[in-house]
Ligand binder design. Structure first.
Ligand code: GLC
Ligand code: MG
Length: 752
């Protein structure tokens, strides 16, 4: 079956709860008339609706602010029904208990959904990697509980990118991704700073991150970049980037905070005093800069450029807002050094009374600073050496202040869109000071720049402008995903993996196949009951092998294929690997050492190459083979651990400790929220033992192999009298498998 046909087939698989819920509500519109449902994922950091603690640490900063703004702005759009923002649930003594609330309303139709992943406590993003599969599982459970699936999954940063890859692959929902920052760029930057590759790897787990970024770039339907430079140069470092899928949509600005001063406007008194107390003639035009005291911001260069230009010194004051301080000597060394250098330059160029270096300001006073500069017909300058985005330039533009900015990165886009000032080579002092002078002495041109900036920000950098561009792209993606002749009712339905409430898990050889007539009858049964039932096979064969034998026997592609004795899980029809399972069983598996340790054990001969897998070593055995306990002893003597599975008196499979068909079934039960009591398993031999035992509904077919005779009489293991597929049908009858769950024919294909 092609994947389109598969998803089309899922259209008739009405999740019963879904159908009910929707038809219960009279006048409920169909999905295409309803708005979009978007799912954002931003895993790390701390996210809450009120007073987000931006800047608390490196993981709770720009990205968190961006995501919150984006979600709110999207949710306000009439084309959007709702937005869920999935993030990590965190608990800890030093952390507000709001971050442990499962669901928090963000705006009338958006909310934060917190999912546990890994330890309860707050951990930095680099330490989250091993736990992301748990996030995937919890997200699936969240989706299962909703009455519809999201139209798009939009992930932020590589960790969420990984989660999104799994979800979008399994559920056939397009993924959109925003990198926020990129591993390859960071790696380059750290190397230039003199860090060794080993150090970078140890601290930042950079290669894992880069590999995931490559995969996301390959798979995602759209990548959102903030600037042209990010799109071309940063993503250009990646091998699998597809340039035509990278869209530049700059983030928006909160225009309710940043706006020009009106006639009656007065700066807050505190901020006016703080700025003006350094100045002899405060009413001159103000050259304002707001920046961290960081080398790359080139603040010393700015002071030098100002100090060297007598005309500029005469015409305007320079106001440098560079963080807060009490005493310079209490500051972090690199920051203190920059401030000291500024003071020395002020002395060298006799700038007292002309340069203001306010000691304190509150975050809330920043918009007033910009308005203050506008009122004094000043200029805002960003003197950085390079600038990827340049948020402060937009804040200035929104406040009606013309700008001077580096001829690089984000500012190039800003000036192109806003035409509100000048780009300069910021390391060239003459050029920098001439540009500043040109703006403060511009006359009518100054007013034009100020007006252009206001209009440019509204059109290009307001969140509603962002949302407009965003939705235009998203709609196209969704349309692409919905193409083909699928009926729109299907959009109400979840794919079988999510709508089902029970599962049939069958061994292939000697169980599902082996008796043509029995198989025919069983396939008819499956066909009738497929709605609400996940059809899975669990086999010792490899994936490829299993697929071909199923095909030869006319068995339709199952939803799940557990292959190589439970060491691999794939989802049909696209055979998407469950990488969460691989991550899980990878634990304490030393394949090479195990193979070496068993090399000289008598009675074991390696099977053919195609039976050897990353997580499975298989042997043919003969009578010289020692007992399984002895073989386990050989391994443990060397500190090795593995799961040894003996079957048909002829095969020995050596798997990672956590792998077996039985554990694969338990994993699926958890991941897809299908209770074990609703899973009927059928098998015939030793490698089926674990899945037959426990709370599952076990069926042993009549033609079973002697090593599982001892299961007779165990709770919930039914030994059928009939063989092969007839035995499975007998078991289905024995457990009243379908009758115990709501799948009477009358409930099928219900219409909405
Ligand atoms: C299948 C596999 C083989 C395995 C056996 C028992 O025949 O091909 O590798 O040893 O099942 O699990
Ligand atoms: Mg078998």
């Amino acid at each position: 079956m092609t994947s389109d046909a598969y998803w089309a087939a899922s259209s008739v698989q009405l999740g019963l709860t879904t159908a009910k819920k929707l038809s219960d509500r009279p006048g409920e519109t169909l999905i295409e008339e309803k708005g979009l449902y978007l799912c954002m994922i931003s895993v790390h950091g701390l996210i809450r609706a009120k007073e987000p603690e931006l800047g608390r640490d490196p993981d709770t900063g720009g990205q968190v602010g961006y995501v919150l703004d984006l979600v709110r702005a999207l949710a306000e759009n009439s084309g959007i029904e709702k937005v869920d923002l999935l993030t990590r649930k965190v608990e800890g003594p030093a952390i507000s208990n709001e971050y442990a609330i499962d669901m928090e309303q963000l705006s009338p139709n958006s909310r934060i959904v917190r999912l546990r992943c890994g330890p309860k406590r707050y951990i930095r993003k680099e330490a989250l990697w091993p736990y992301l599969d748990e996030f995937v599982d919890r997200a699936l459970q969240h989706f299962k509980a909703q009455d519809r699936l999201p139209d798009v999954i939009h992930t932020h940063y590589a960790d969420a990118g990984y989660v999104g890859l799994q979800l979008s692959g399994m559920l056939n929902i397009p993924q959109v991704h925003t990198g926020h920052s990129l591993g390859r760029v960071k790696q380059q930057y750290l190397r230039e700073g003199g860090m060794s590759q080993t150090q970078i790897e140890r601290r930042f787990k950079i290669s894992r991150r880069i590999e995931i970024e490559e995969q996301v770039l390959d798979q995602a339907a759209m990548i959102i970049a903030s600037t042209r430079q990010e799109a071309d140069q940063q993503y250009g470092l990646y091998e699998r980037a597809r340039p035509n899928r990278i869209k530049v949509i700059p983030p928006g600005l909160d225009l309710s905070r940043f706006h020009p001063p009106d006639k009656d406007w007065q700066p807050a008194e505190a901020i006016q005093i703080e700025v003006d107390r350094f100045l002899t003639k405060p009413n001159k035009p103000m050259i304002l800069t707001v920046a961290r005291a960081d080398r790359r911001k080139n603040l010393e260069g700015l002071v030098e450029a100002y100090g060297k230009n007598p005309e500029l010194k005469h015409r305007a004051n320079l106001v440098i807002v560079a963080g807060n301080r009490d005493r310079i000597s209490d500051l972090e060394e690199s920051v203190a050094e920059i401030l000291k250098n500024i003071l020395i330059l002020m002395d060298d160029y006799s700038l007292n009374g002309k340069v203001s270096l306010p000691k304190h300001h509150l975050p809330d006073e920043v918009p007033d600073l910009f308005r203050f500069a506008a009122r004094r017909r000043g200029v805002f300058v960003n003197s950085a050496i390079t600038e990827a985005f340049g948020l402060t330039l937009l804040e200035a533009a929104a406040s009606g202040v013309p700008i001077v900015a580096p001829d690089d990165g984000g500012p190039v886009d800003i000036i192109r869109h806003c035409r509100n000032g000048l780009l300069v080579e910021t390391l060239n002092f003459d050029a920098l000071s001439e540009a500043l002078l040109a703006v403060v002495t511009a006359g009518p041109k100054w007013r034009q720049w100020a007006r252009n900036g206001l209009a440019g920000v509204k059109n290009h950098y307001a969140w509603d402008a962002h949302v407009r561009k965003y939705l235009k792209e998203i709609r196209q993606i969704i349309r692409g995903n919905r193409k083909s002749a699928r009926h729109r009712i299907e959009l109400l339905h979840k794919p079988p993996m999510l709508s089902a409430n029970r599962m049939l898990a069958l061994d292939i050889d000697n169980v599902l196949i082996g008796d043509k007539q029995g198989l025919q009858k069983l396939l008819e049964w499956i066909d009738v009951h497929r709605d609400g039932t996940i059809f899975a096979v669990a086999t010792g064969r490899s994936l490829e092998d299993a697929l071909s034998v199923l095909h030869e026997n006319g068995v339709p592609t199952p939803e799940v294929i557990i292959s190589s004795v439970g060491s691999e899980i794939h989802y049909g029809p696209r055979m998407l690997a469950d990488s969460g399972w691989a991550t899980h069983i990878h634990y304490s598996w030393r394949r090479l050492d195990v193979a070496l340790a068993l090399r000289d054990v008598p009675g074991l001969a390696l099977q053919a190459k195609q039976n050897q897998r990353e997580f499975k070593i298989s042997y043919d055995t003969n009578s010289k083979m020692p007992s399984i306990e002895e073989i386990a002893g050989v391994l443990s003597a060397q500190g090795l651990r593995a799961n040894l599975i003996y079957s048909h008196g002829a095969f020995l499979d050596v798997l990672p400790l956590r792998a077996s068909k039985g554990r694969a079934i338990r994993y699926l039960s958890y991941k897809w929220s299908v209770p074990l009591e609703k899973i009927l398993v059928a098998g015939d031999s030793g490698n089926d033992e674990e899945m037959l035992e426990g709370r599952t509904l076990g069926v042993v077919v009549g033609n079973y192999s002697p090593e599982i005779e001892h299961l007779r009489g165990h709770h919930q293991i039914y030994f059928a009298k009939s063989s092969h597929a007839f035995g499975i049908l007998e078991g289905i009858g024995h457990y009243h498998f379908c009758e115990t769950t709501d799948c009477s024919p009358g409930n099928h294909h219900s219409s909405v």
